[in-house]
Design a protein around this ligand. Sequence first.
Ligand code: GLU
Length: 592
Amino acid sequence: MRRTARSVLVSLLAVVTAAGGLVVPAVGAASKQPVATGTGGAVSTVELLASRPAIRVLKRGGNAVDAAVAAAAVLGVTEPFSAGIGGGGFMVIYDRSSGKVTTIDHRERAPFAMHPESFFENGEPLPFNDARFSGLSAGVPGTVRGWAQALRRYGTMRLRTLLRPAIRRAREGFVVDQVFFDQVNGNVAYFDDITTTEAVFLDADGTPPDVGTVFRNPDLARTYERIANRGPRVFYRGGIARAMVQAVQQPPLTSDADHTWRPGVMTLRDLEAYRSLERKPTRVNYRGVDVFGMGPPSSGGSTIGEALNILEGYDLRNLPREQVLHYFLEASRLAFADRNAYVADPAYFAVPLRGLLSEGFAAERRELITEEAATSPVAPGDPYPYNGSSSSGSRGEASVTVERSGSTTHLTVADRSGNVVSYTFTIESIGGNGIVVPGTGFLLNNELTDFDYGSTTHPNRVQGGKRPRSSMSPTIVLQNGRPLLAVGSPGGSTIITTVLQILINRLDLGMTLPEAIAELRLSQRNTPTTLAEPAFLETAEAEALRARGHEFTSVPEIGAATGIEFLTRRLMRAAAEPTRRGGGSALVVNPR
Ligand code: GLU
């Protein structure tokens, strides 16, 4: 697992302290950061067990999409509380042959029978845990269709081949590390309510598997085998589909379950009707490079794009670090106000995307920034005048940023031909909705709590067939049409600020990608205080920001990024976290 990821195969470089006052690396200067430089392809994920099979796929001539699917399938086994076939995600792909960036949206959808008051009881929205640990919160999973579509359109290998390493891993098992233990431990009170979840993830005495023991998931191995042998359709109709519907409509409770698990309304028709969608990415030009991201239903691309457009008005390169951070926080604050008001599933709400990403709108928002911290919540702006003739003029409703820590994982792959994949996928909370589908070994997601489920009017309200708004921000940056950088992270709505901060670190502040990832993080999302990692609060910059009126809330860590940068046309550098979430892994095919 992640711990063994540090006893590594490839050359690891020590974290290099970047120039400038702020950079206290998130780890001590002596700690190792997974970094690999070389040619022939590169992979970075949260753990070696997933990165290694992806490298093998690349060595056998598979492309970046093939390798990304192989790694993702393994993560579904070894990171079952973060991501897997019970959830959904967004894959951003740079296709070398066409020179284009595209995206595969395989976000979960609400069952058709859901409506704006599905999470209400006695006129009140359910408390978060009641909403989450239920059949109601599970969206129709998109991951299997997403993998299949990505492979069909852009891959070269078959899904059945690419699932093999994951099947082996599920069957042979892997060593439980502290992160895995902690993730089960944090959920025990709910996991032991559900017969199937208890059977798969708890020991006979009802406790989490001990650190150092081997964890196997033969049911998941069999589920992957069925998909391998009979194709992705087997997930959406037939036995697996029936088991999902049953689990949602009637969560399999133990006799001594001590919570109320509300039934959901998913049907076989919901599963059969699920489709992943190829969508155009968002694009902004930032200081001469093109930043491509995930459009609605994710708010990642539009919010990062708007913030970058705002920041382009400042000469960040030549400003004191503290002032750069001030503008970063203020641009994030304003962009989040707009994100909260205007981004939802575009099939249900006319997202004014062109306006949100326009330079004119950014200039208007920039005008509001002073040398002092604004007081949040700040109001959303009006992007409609910048949205072109097709604008509907319908105004979003302001909503607040919800504070929740999610699960999720991000991986980044490049191949020797120059194809690039930036892929974030999730089951939403750590442990999803807590229900293992009987006989299948995988947890269902609780993605539907990403709706503004307490509102019956918000653009992101619950509606049948709709995809909940996401913050996932898989990103690819091109320079003169060639890959420069690809990056992403988990972390709920902090994903957006994490990716934005890494982009600024790399594009403006002269850091390498490993430095940009290791840097201490801050996150302002139009909330009264700014989240900050503890070591940041000790810096002179934090002091200066406080003098401008910024208030901080300390959180142990923000995000868990992985990325790849292209040093020349052929030379790539993969990088991952030194310590966040236990540290990641970075490999290349031919190390230099
Ligand atoms: N469900 C979240 C989203 O789509 C991702 C999970 C997380 O990292 O919190 O934005």
